[in-house]
Design a protein around this ligand. Structure first.
Ligand code: DCP
Ligand code: MG
Length: 340
C-alpha cells in the first residue's frame, strides 16, 4: 500500500465528486496532484516534501497540511456527507447518465437513490434505462481474480468457436495491477490482420455473436466494428459486469494497448510528450506530424511542439509499447506505474 494512501484516498474522493458534477478542470488538477503524491514513494510528514512538486499548488499544499495535522479534511467530510453530492455521484456512475442529467434528476425531480430512479425511470433516455437495470451490480468493483477468470473463459470460448489465433488481453486498471476494477476492458487482435485490408473488422461482430449465444454477454449498449460496450456475467451467482471490448488490427495493436491500459491522465501526459517531439499519438497509432523536424534528442525545456490538431502525417509502425516510449523520448514505464 502506498505510504500516503490516506492523503491519496481523501483527495480522490474530492476529485471524483468534481468529475461527477461536470467540473473537469478541477478533476484534472486533483488527479495531477494525486499522481505526483502517489509517485513520491516516501511517507509525507511535512508539506515541504511536496510544495515544489509540479502540479501541486498552494491550495493543494494547504489541504495536505490539514490532513497531516488533523488526520482528515473537512472538505472531504462535507462531500461525503452531502446527500445531493452523493446522489449526483451515484447517478453519474450509471451508464447513460452524465452530470447535466444527474443534476436535473436531483434538483428538479428530487431523486436521491437508485430506488428513486427505478420508480421514475420514464424520466430516463433508453441507454440510461439499460444502465439502471444493472446499476446495483455494476456499482460493485470487479476483483482482480474474477477478471482473470473472465480472461481465461474468453480465451477458451473464442479459441474454440471463432479462431484459435485470436489474441485477447485485458487492459485498463486491471493491466495496471488494480486490486479491483470498475469494468472489464478487453482488447482483441489477430496476428494476420492489418488496418490496410479492413476485412478483419468482421471479427468483433462474430465474437460478440458467439458470446451472446453462450450466455456470457447478456445485454448490449453499443456495438460497432471496432468497439463493443455491454454487460456480461461469468455465472448467475456473480454480479453482472460492464464489458468493453475493442478490436484492433495487428499493425496498430501496440498504440491501442498503450491507450487502453491508461490511465486517462497518463495518456494525456504521453500525448503531450509526443507532440513536443513532433508526433501525434492516439489509440490508432503514432503519426509524424508533417512539416516538423523529428527530434532524436530532447527538445529544449519549455519548447513547444506543433499545434494540437495539426494534420496527421505518416504513421510510424511500432512493434512494442516500449518503441512508442522510445520515439516520444520517455523512459519506459511499467503498467503498474502508469498510476492505479
Ligand atoms: N481512456 C482514456 N481517456 C478516456 C477514457 C478512457 O485515455 N476519457 C483510456 C485509459 C483508460 C482506458 O481507456 O485506462 C480504460 O477506460 P476505463 O474508463 O475503463 O478506465 P480504467 O480501466 O483505467 O478504470 P476503471 O477501473 O474505472 O475501469
Ligand atoms: Mg476499466
Amino acid at each position: 500500500m502506498n505510504p500516503n494512501h490516506r492523503i491519496i484516498d481523501t483527495l480522490t474522493h474530492i476529485a471524483d465528486s468534481y468529475r461527477s458534477q461536470g467540473v473537469p478542470y478541477k478533476y484534472k488538477a486533483y488527479r495531477t496532484a494525486i499522481d505526483a503524491i502517489r509517485s513520491l514513494g516516501t511517507q509525507i510528514t511535512d508539506v515541504s516534501q511536496i510544495s515544489s512538486l509540479p502540479g501541486i499548488g498552494k491550495a493543494m499544499v494547504d489541504k495536505v497540511r490539514e490532513i497531516l495535522a488533523t488526520g482528515a479534511l473537512q472538505q472531504e467530510k462535507d462531500v461525503m456527507s452531502d446527500p445531493i453530492t452523493q446522489a449526483i455521484q451515484t447517478f453519474t456512475s450509471i451508464h447513460g447518465i452524465g452530470p447535466v442529467l444527474a443534476k436535473k434528476l436531483v434538483h428538479e425531480n428530487a431523486l436521491r437513490t437508485i430506488d428513486d430512479l427505478e420508480a421514475s425511470s420514464h424520466l430516463l433516455p433508453p441507454q440510461a434505462r439499460l444502465g439502471l437495470k444493472y446499476a446495483k451490480d455494476t456499482a460493485l468493483r470487479v476483483p482482480y481474480d474474477e477478471i482473470e477468470d473472465h480472461l481465461t473463459y474468453l480465451k477458451k470460448v473464442v479459441a474454440k468457436l471463432v479462431d484459435p489465433m485470436l489474441q485477447i488481453c485485458v487492459c485498463g486498471s486491471h493491466r495496471r495491477g488494480g486490486a479491483t476494477s470498475g469494468d472489464i476492458d478487453v482488447l482483441i487482435t489477430h496476428p494476420s490482420s492489418s488496418s490496410d485490408s479492413g476485412s478483419e473488422y468482421v471479427f468483433l461482430h462474430v465474437i460478440v455473436g458467439v458470446l451472446r449465444d453462450v450466455g456470457y454477454i447478456i445485454d448490449v449498449l453499443a456495438e460497432g466494428t471496432s468497439k463493443f460496450m455491454g454487460y456480461s456475467r461469468l455465472n448467475p451467482s456473480l454480479p453482472v459486469r460492464r464489458l468493453d471490448m475493442r478490436w484492433m488490427p495487428y499493425d496498430v495493436f501496440f498504440p491501442a494497448l498503450l491507450y487502453f491500459t491508461g490511465s486517462d491522465m497518463f495518456n494525456i501526459t504521453m500525448r503531450v510528450e509526443a507532440l513536443r517531439r513532433g508526433y501525434s499519438l492516439n489509440e490508432y497509432g503514432l503519426y509524424e506530424i508533417p512539416g516538423y523536424e523529428h527530434l532524436h534528442h530532447a527538445p529544449a525545456k519549455g519548447a513547444e511542439g506543433p499545434p494540437a490538431g495539426a494534420a496527421k502525417g505518416k504513421r510510424v509502425f511500432v512493434d512494442s509499447e516500449k518503441a512508442i516510449f522510445d520515439l516520444v523520448g520517455m523512459t519506459y514505464v511499467q503498467p503498474p506505474q502508469r498510476s492505479k
